[in-house]
Write a protein that binds this ligand. Structure first.
Ligand code: C2E
Ligand code: SIN
Ligand code: SIN
Ligand code: FE
Ligand code: FE
Length: 364
C-alpha cells in the first residue's frame, strides 16, 4: 500500500531538521476544514515532543483568529506563545506541551480553503525572517501534497455522483443520507481510535469513503432496487451482487483515473468489499469472520445498518433510533462489531445532532 500523508510528513520533517538552523522545528501539523459543518479537525502531524491536539474537532466560528487567516490567506507568526496564550485555549495547550512559537499557513488554492498548516518550536523567536524563508518551500510542498490528496478524493466523489445521476434517481442514497452515514462512521471511528490506534488521517478517510460503500448499487436494475415490497430470493441474489460490482467500479475508477497511487485506496476498497460481512461469518459475499473483516468495514457496516434502519426505504418505513439500536445491540458481537455498536449506543446525543443537521427522518 502507498504510504499515507502522515508518514510522508514525518519523512519530510526529518529532512527539514537536517538543516541545522531548522533543527528546533519540533512540530508540523495539518488541520482540515469541513465546509459543510464549518469544522476544523486535526488531520496529520509529525512531532518530536508532546502531541498537543489529536482527535479534535472545533467550530471555525469559535476560532476568530484562525478564521481571519482563512479569509485573508494571511500567514501568522507568533514568536512568543506565552505572551499570547492568556485566555486562548489552543495557545495555552501548545505552551503546556512545551512549544513557545508558532507559524500558521492557510492551505488554499483558487478560492478553495482546505485547512491549516501549523509549525511549532520550543524556542521563542524561532520563526525569524531567515528561518521563514527556509521553511517556505517546505510549506508549499506540504500544502500541495495535502491539496492533491484531497482533490483526488473529491474527484472520486464527483465520479460517483455522475455514475449515480446517470443510473437512476436514488433518492434514499443521496444527500442527507450519505452525509449522515459518513458522520456516524466518523463518530464510531473516533470513539474506537484509542483502542485500535486509529490516526486522525484514518478517521478522516473513513469519513470520506464510508458513503461510497454502496456504489455498486448503480449496477442493480431499478426494478429490484426500487421495488416497494420485499425481494424474492432471486432478486436478493442480484441485489447482493452490488458488493462485487462496487469492488469492480472502484478498481476501474482507480485504474482509469490513474489513481493507483492514491493512498488509502485499500481503505475505500475494504469498505466497499466487506460492508456486508458479519462477524460470525454469515455475511456476504465472502463469508469472512471476525478480524478477517477490516475494522473500517466493521465500522461502515454498523453506520450503514443504523442509517438504513432509521431511514425510509422504498421497501420499509423508518425505525426509531431506539428500535435500530436495539437490533444492533441484539446482534452485537454476533454479526456487528461490539465496539462500533457501543460507540453508537453511548453517543445518542451526537446521533440526534447529526440527524437534526442532516435531514428529517420521519418516524411512523
Ligand atoms: P440498505 O437499504 O442500504 O440496507 C443496508 C442494510 O441495512 C441491509 O443489508 C440490512 O442489513 C439492514 N437493513 C435495512 N433495512 C432493514 C430492515 O428492515 N430490517 C433489518 N433487520 N435489517 C435491515 P441487506 O439486507 O444485505 O440489504 C442490502 C440492500 O438490499 C439494502 O440496502 C437495500 O437496498 C436492498 N434490500 C434489502 N432488502 C430489501 C427489500 O425487501 N426490498 C427492496 N426493494 N430492497 C431491499
Ligand atoms: C493546531 O496547532 O493544531 C491548532 C491550534 C492553533 O494553533 O490554533
Ligand atoms: C477481494 O478483496 O475482492 C477478495 C475478498 C476476500 O479475499 O475475501
Ligand atoms: Fe450495501
Ligand atoms: Fe448501504
Amino acid at each position: 500500500m502507498q504510504r499515507g500523508l502522515a508518514e510522508r510528513l514525518i519523512c519530510l520533517h526529518d529532512e527539514i531538521k537536517g538543516d541545522a538552523s531548522l533543527e528546533a522545528l519540533s512540530r508540523i501539523a495539518v488541520a482540515l476544514y469541513d465546509d459543510t459543518s464549518d469544522m476544523l479537525k486535526t488531520f496529520i502531524h509529525s512531532t518530536d515532543g508532546d502531541v498537543p491536539f489529536e482527535h479534535l474537532l472545533a467550530r471555525m466560528s469559535d476560532l476568530p483568529n484562525l478564521q481571519q487567516l482563512a479569509w485573508t490567506g494571511a500567514r501568522r507568526t507568533i514568536n512568543d506563545l506565552t505572551a499570547t496564550s492568556e485566555g486562548q485555549e489552543f495557545a495555552t495547550r501548545l505552551v503546556e506541551s512545551g512549544y513557545r512559537s508558532s507559524y500558521t499557513v492557510p492551505i488554499q488554492h483558487k478560492g478553495t480553503f482546505y485547512g491549516f498548516l501549523f509549525f511549532n518550536s520550543p524556542e521563542v523567536n524561532f520563526f525569524s525572517p531567515s528561518n521563514l524563508n527556509r521553511l517556505r518551500p517546505y510549506a508549499e510542498l506540504i500544502s500541495l501534497s495535502v491539496m492533491r490528496e484531497l482533490d483526488t478524493v473529491r474527484m472520486m466523489h464527483a465520479a460517483v455522483k455522475v455514475i449515480r445521476s446517470v443510473s437512476s434517481a436514488r433518492d434514499e442514497e443521496t444527500g442527507s443520507h450519505l452525509a449522515r452515514m459518513a458522520r456516524y462512521a466518523r463518530m464510531i471511528a473516533e470513539k474506537l481510535a484509542p483502542k485500535y490506534g486509529l490516526t486522525d488521517e484514518f478517521v478522516e478517510f473513513v469519513f470520506q469513503f464510508a458513503p461510497l460503500h454502496d456504489v455498486g448499487k448503480v449496477a442493480v436494475p431499478d426494478s429490484i432496487l426500487l421495488k416497494p415490497g420485499r425481494l424474492t430470493d432471486e432478486e436478493f441474489v442480484v441485489m447482493r451482487s452490488h458488493v462485487e460490482k462496487g469492488v469492480d467500479i472502484v478498481d476501474l475508477m482507480v485504474r482509469d483515473f490513474g489513481l493507483k497511487s492514491m493512498p488509502h485506496f485499500d481503505l475505500l476498497r475494504n469498505i466497499v468489499a466487506f460492508h456486508h460481512e458479519a462477524l460470525d461469518g454469515t455475511g456476504y459475499p465472502y463469508g469472512r469472520s471476525g478480524d478477517q473483516i477490516p475494522i473500517e468495514a466493521r465500522i461502515a457496516a454498523v453506520a450503514d445498518v443504523f442509517d438504513a434502519l432509521t431511514s425510509v426505504r422504498p421497501y420499509k418505513r423508518a425505525w426509531t433510533n431506539e428500535a435500530a439500536l436495539a437490533l444492533l445491540s441484539e446482534q452485537s458481537g454476533i454479526k456487528f462489531d461490539a465496539d462500533s455498536v457501543a460507540a453508537l449506543v453511548e453517543n445518542q446525543a451526537a446521533i440526534a445532532e447529526i440527524q437534526a443537521q442532516f435531514g428529517e427522518t420521519l418516524y411512523d
